[in-house]
Design a protein around this ligand. Structure first.
Ligand code: FAD
Ligand code: DHB
Length: 390
């Protein structure tokens, strides 16, 4: 089989790239290891920046997003027994939209299949070759058969455990990494959210986040030890810990209900540079990871492929290679801004393993400053809603 751009991975990055290429008249094939059902039901991110929403709307994917997405104009920072609102829209003119990542993925798969887009699910053993030639080949196994996909370019959109990055020869890429001594336990619960906006809670027992997916479904997170076994967290323990960390403001109580899904996610920061080698272009979690506190991962993945979509269009339709050549440098500017913001939000809100009392005092001082200074609050807000120019 032959295509113009071979895409590995059907997460937000790979699917959106395929959609954008189609809109520019460029052919692509997406190869995904998991089943369609699996990727459509994988519970992960929930916050779309204004720029991500604008991109989805602009490219014909705004219908369900506009009907079901929840537009938020502020977030709450809760600490020291008080609640403080960061008025994002008042400060920046922009807003975020709460819309589950799996809903974005469903919309993208529906849009691709509606126009006969080539998505191959449950492929095995993906191998890349010829990346330094003008005709790379992706080999894989599908339904027991060995297959070959010949293409002009390969887009590695296969997330943090993918294979694309490993196809680059040793010595080419540089990794910048930071580990954190904690993880997040996330739950999805059939309980009406107890607040209209997200609550980021700083607490001496650890961070907690109150989010949502709809007027009937809450999405909640707890900071836990990195090696946490989910079996040690029966539902009662989760609710009790959430109450302790979130019910710190007089008169506010959490709504509870059946837990529909729960999982533990490790946290790390990683950037791999450059994001291109010869005819391989890397995007999304395949080249950079952020801790989830800043709600940036999915948005960065979408911003990467927006650049790639334009770069491939310039190459195919105008014979220009400047955007492809500049892709890595341009993308990395946004990536590093999001790296800093995610690291900063994480450092500000989590209980540190060492319980360094000096550091803990600095966290509280920063929280007071953030919630009393319009200048500092604006900095948080503009990063959170997403900067138009980086
Ligand atoms: P992925 O979504 O990981 O997609 C990669 C795809 O490639 C997968 O479908 C995978 O199965 C496939 N694949 C892997 N290896 C292979 C292979 N060898 N062959 C074929 N296919 C392969 N981000 C936000 O922006 N906002 C948030 O609020 C937010 N909250 C989060 C909360 C949690 C608990 C977690 C875990 C993440 C959160 N994120 C958030 C991050 C966000 O989910 C990721 O950054 C996003 O999924 C990245 O998209 P991607 O397409 O690059 O990678
Ligand atoms: C959600 C996830 C995040 O990482 C975050 O910072 C805010 C919200 C969520 O899943 O709703």
């Amino acid at each position: 089989m032959r295509t113009q751009v071979g895409i590995v991975g059907a997460g937000p990055a790979g699917l959106l790239l395929s959609h954008l290429l189609h809109r520019s008249g460029i052919d692509s094939v997406v190869l995904e290891r998991r089943s369609r059902d699996y990727v459509e039901h994988r519970v992960r991110a929930g916050v779309l920046e204004q720029g991500s929403v604008d991109l989805l709307r602009r490219t014909g994917l705004g219908d369900r997003l506009d009907r079901e997405g929840l537009r938020h104009e502020g977030i709450e920072l809760r600490f020291g027994g008080t609640a403080h609102r960061i008025a994002m829209t008042e400060l920046t003119g922009r807003a975020i939209t709460v819309y589950g990542q799996q809903e974005v993925v469903k919309d993208l798969i529906a849009a691709r299949t509606a126009v006969g887009g080539q998505l191959r699910f449950e492929v095995e053993d993906v191998r890349l070759s010829g990346l330094d030639s003008t005709s790379p080949v992706i080999r894989y196994r599908h339904q027991g058969r060995e297959e070959e996909l010949h293409c002009d370019f390969v887009a590695g959109c296969d997330g943090s455990h993918g294979v694309s990055r490993d196809a680059v020869p040793a010595g080419v890429l540089t990794e910048y990494e930071r580990q954190y001594p904690f993880a997040w336990l996330g739950v999805l619960a059939a309980a009406a959210p107890a607040a209209e906006e997200l609550i980021y809670a700083h607490h001496e027992r650890g961070f907690a986040l109150h989010s949502m997916r709809s007027p009937e479904i809450s999405r909640l997170y707890l900071q836990v030890e990195p090696d946490t076994d989910i079996a040690d967290w029966p539902d009662d323990r989760i609710w009790s810990e959430l109450r302790t960390r979130l019910e710190t403001v007089p008169g506010w109580s959490l709504n509870t209900g059946p837990i529909l899904e729960k999982s533990v996610t490790g946290m790390r920061s990683l950037v791999v540079e450059p994001m291109r080698w010869e005819r391989l272009f890397l995007a999304g979690d395949a080249v950079h990871i952020v801790p989830p506190t800043g709600a940036k991962g999915m948005n960065l993945a979408m911003a990467d492929v927006a650049l790639l979509g334009d770069a491939f269009a310039a190459w195919y339709h105008e014979g220009r290679d400047d955007l492809l050549t500049g892709y890595s440098d341009t993308a990395l500017r946004r990536v590093w801004r999001a790296q800093h913001f995610s690291w900063w939000m994480t450092s500000l809100l989590h209980r540190l393993e060492t319980q360094d009392p000096y550091e803990a005092k600095l966290q509280v001082s920063t929280l007071h400053y953030l919630t009393s200074s319009r200048a500092y609050a604006t900095s948080l807000a503009e990063n959170y809603v997403g900067l138009a120019e980086v």
